[in-house]
Design a protein around this ligand. Sequence first.
Ligand SMILES: [Fe+2]
Length: 435
Amino acid sequence: MAERRLLNQDCLTTLFLICFTLIVSSPATQAYDRPPPRSDVFTPHYGSRSDPQQVHISLAGKDHVRVSWVTKSTDVPSEVEYGTSPGAYNTSATGRVTSYRYMLVYKSGQIHHVKIGPLNPKTTYYYRCGGQGPEFSFVTPPSTYPIEFAVADLGQTEWTRSTLAHIGKQDYDVLLLPGDLSYADMFQPRWDSFGRLVEPYASKRPWMVTEGNHEVESVVPLLHVDTFKAYNARWPMPFEESGSTSNLYYSFDVVGAHIIMLGSYTKFDAGSEQYTWLKADLAKVDRSATPWLIVLIHAPWYNTNQAHRGEGEKMRIAMEKLLYEARVDIVFAGHVHAYERFTRVHDNKADPCGPIHITIGDGGNREGLAKRYLETGERSISAFREASFGHGRLRLTNETHAQWSWHRNDDAFSNIADEVSIENLGVSQTCTSEV
Ligand SMILES: [Fe+2]
């Protein structure tokens, strides 16, 4: 009898220890209660027809910035006045204006683009658009390390608001957006609303974007007629400055980084204009001037999520070797509504000389999170994955080391849920000697 009681006590103790071990060893990612999607938001314009709205800035070649904005009125000049003190605009520049029609039912406002500069690094500039309206300000990127990039694909929901608030709470130098901006999906007023939603952030720091599937907006779906009309009109990027003939793919340099924005929804096969341009662009990279080589695409080449599986595969097969041989450090993708970081990889295998692939498609889309994952196959090269909303931060500390962190939106807080140090491949003895 005493022996049976002892046995029962042992069983209870063992059960308690198993439960205790399970509780304390469970990663936070499993314990975290994944949030449901939140509703779309619409951001109105409160100013006059002449007042600037949807103001955003982007890098436009060495020491230059492009200021873009929209007015309802056609009488506003495409002029930006700017200076380094509030209200004192000692310099001005003029640019161009464009507009577009979409399916006869929508006519955009006047979309102004003005390139300003040369500008000094890490300097606050105060500016006014079209000679009237409120004053804006932005800070130019630094000329030396460290530099910090915020990375997110966004959408336009209450979760996007939350992500933007978290991005804005902690300083950064440049935002990188791997496609899927407004989720307008042909309903053009949503582009205007998106411009107004992001203006408080995109008017203060350069935003560099590439296109996603939600930017295609083919007037005749499946036939891809007149694609990227709104995207190209509203978000011109410095493609001409980088020798590209298309706004859908381009590159730029900023503080020790050469950043290549590729187009997942334009031709990429060997012989295509994008492929030829990429090959030439990579050949020009000087790793002593820009040790960091970073690429953005939209549809991920590596993905263990059940959502959008294989959608980046044709592009991976066409272009992966070029990136591998150039020793690209990091490839960021969007599209999949979840976060995932892979180990260094090439040709579906772990490879110390391949790029780290990171999917950051969780900024706040309206379609909800992609929660189902593969447990076999590429699972072995996936280092961290989680279906939660959030954004990423890449801090280039110096020419050899960087810090990547993923900030999960946890309601009012932004918690670091994944963090890793990254060593530059361009200075790796092992990897550079093999090229
Ligand atoms: Fe997408």
